[in-house]
Design a binder for this molecule. Structure first.
Ligand SMILES: Nc1ncnc2c1ncn2[C@@H]1O[C@H](COP(=O)(O)OS(=O)(=O)O)[C@@H](OP(=O)(O)O)[C@H]1O
Length: 456
């Protein structure tokens, strides 16, 4: 094979069969495949290697053209997306360039094994959701506030510090995280294996009511539900929410339209570096392939470009693209592939907050329901940050538990395994990449405190 290209594309998968049983296991809309196309000169054919699913009928769009396949090729459906020529070889293969694709592959297969639950979405009537429950209601108290991110921004320290308040409890599980809206809402374990189907608000109510369930044994819900804590409210931390796109924000606002969201943002370059060390620390990834930081970053930048989030700002105006429908669509596309990784994308805070605020509007929530804190100043002055966050949650900041006056400053600190920092070249490249997005963030937040905070 003399030429080899690979490209991520979104394909329409009207029918996907499980090869082993030949049964249709998924009938749905869009799914993601990673397609590698190689030119096989010997057979004068293009060989498609599809990673993740074995699709019997696929219609390709977008970046197949960007594969720039030399002619002649043996299929002709690039321009007219229909089904591919069945003579094209299809090989299922796991892509193991940096280990990440393997995990994506496995999770796709897992989803396929549960076809009934694949792609199921709850509906929510924004009007309905806007009817707030009374402040004393258990459901409302359980989900008073959520720390939505950013990952590695100091979310756990903030959560820990907030819990020193006598009127605040954690409704989260491990490390204060609950992952209800991205994961647990469709979990099969509670209610004897049945998935909560009707609506997300109902599902959340049941999680709380079902005190003998899987959740309540592990999270703080049972404390919030107890009679003696009836004046207390629950918060939890979910650093993935900020990076999860519209769907999850909508689920959150649907179940808890009253919720107060706190974001704590850190210089995106430091944040990415911390994430890299967190993911590839020897403890978590012993023996696994560890890309260099540069590679880790470059892979994500490639994805951001391929999905159309990052464009060439010499030919496209950043300002006219910023906040456009096209940009938001590209972002959702990017999230689809980035999964929980996205070391560079996670630092594009302006896009994430704009989407969040856009969803806020739909649920008649105001900007006042979002607090954006600075990680750097939180680390330096954790008590001031605590006061700000407590006030935002509508609680009196004075009432700190006497025996817990020390505020966490290095909670969940990463063990940086080697001394090598970020190379000057990478730092410069990232600085330039982030600069217009940081500017956009400063404008969005519109206070002196933010202007130029991460500028050199
Ligand atoms: N008070 C305070 N304010 C701001 N930042 C703080 C604070 N305390 C700890 N830290 C630093 O936060 C980093 C861990 O962030 P998270 O807890 O959000 O990590 S995680 O997303 O939950 O994995 C981690 O950064 P790194 O050590 O650079 O990784 C912590 O040192």
């Amino acid at each position: 094979m003399s030429s080899h290209h690979s490209c991520r594309i979104v394909v329409d998968t009207p029918r996907v069969k499980d090869k082993s049983t030949q049964k249709t296991v998924f009938t749905g809309d869009e799914s993601a495949l990673l397609i590698e196309a190689s030119l096989d000169h010997r057979r004068n054919k293009v060989v498609l290697v599809m990673i993740g699913l074995s699709a019997y009928s696929i219609a390709a769009t977008g970046c197949l053209a960007r594969l720039a396949l030399p002619s002649p090729v043996s299929f002709s459906s690039v321009d007219k997306p229909k089904s591919f020529d069945p003579s094209v070889s299809r090989v299922r293969k796991i892509h193991t360039r940096n280990g990440q694709k393997t995990r994506i592959f496995k999770s796709q297969i897992q989803q396929l094994k549960q076809p009934k639950y694949f792609n199921q979405e709850y509906t929510c009537d924004a009007q309905d959701a806007a009817e707030y429950l009374p402040e004393t209601d258990l459901i409302r108290r359980s989900l008073h506030g959520i720390i939505i991110g950013s990952m590695k921004g100091g979310t756990q320290a903030l959560h820990t510090n907030l819990l020193t308040h006598p009127k605040i409890l954690s409704s989260g599980m491990h490390h204060g995280e609950l992952h209800f809206f991205n994961r647990l809402y469709k979990d099969r374990r509670p209610n004897n294996g049945k998935v909560y189907r009707q609506n997300i608000r109902d599902a959340f109510a049941r999680v709380i009511a079902n005190r003998g369930s899987y959740y309540s044994q592990r999270n703080g819900m049972k404390d919030i539900a107890s009679q003696q804590n009836k004046h207390k409210v629950g918060i939890h931390s979910a650093p993935i929410y900020l990076f999860s796109g519209r769907k999850i924000v909508a689920r959150m606002l649907c179940a808890a339209p009253w919720v107060k969201a706190t974001a704590i943002l850190r210089n995106p370059i430091d944040r990415a570096f911390s994430q890299y060390h967190f993911i590839y620390s020897s403890i978590r990834k012993k023996g696994k392939h560890k890309p260099s930081f540069d590679q880790f970053i470059l892979d994500d930048i490639t994805l951001l470009k391929e999905t159309g989030v990052l464009l060439d700002w010499n030919t496209t105006s950043f300002n006219s693209y910023a906040g456009s429908e096209e940009e938001f669509q590209a972002w959702e596309q990017y999230l689809h592939y980035a999964k929980a990784n996205g070391p560079v994308g996670r630092g594009l805070y302006s896009i994430q907050l704009e989407i969040l605020l856009d969803e806020f509007k739909k649920y008649n929530k105001s900007r006042d329901d979002l607090l954006v804190l600075q990680s750097e100043s939180s680390k330096e002055y954790p008590q001031e940050t605590y006061h700000q966050a407590i006030q935002f949650l509508g609680r009196e900041a004075r009432t700190v538990r006497k025996h817990r006056h020390v505020f966490a400053k290095d909670h969940h600190a990463t063990k940086y395994l080697d001394d090598a920092g970020i190379s000057e070249g990478t730092k410069k490249m990232l600085y330039e990449l982030y600069q217009p997005y940081n500017e956009r963030l400063y404008n969005l937040l519109g206070t002196d405190e933010w202007t130029g905070v991460w500028d050199e």
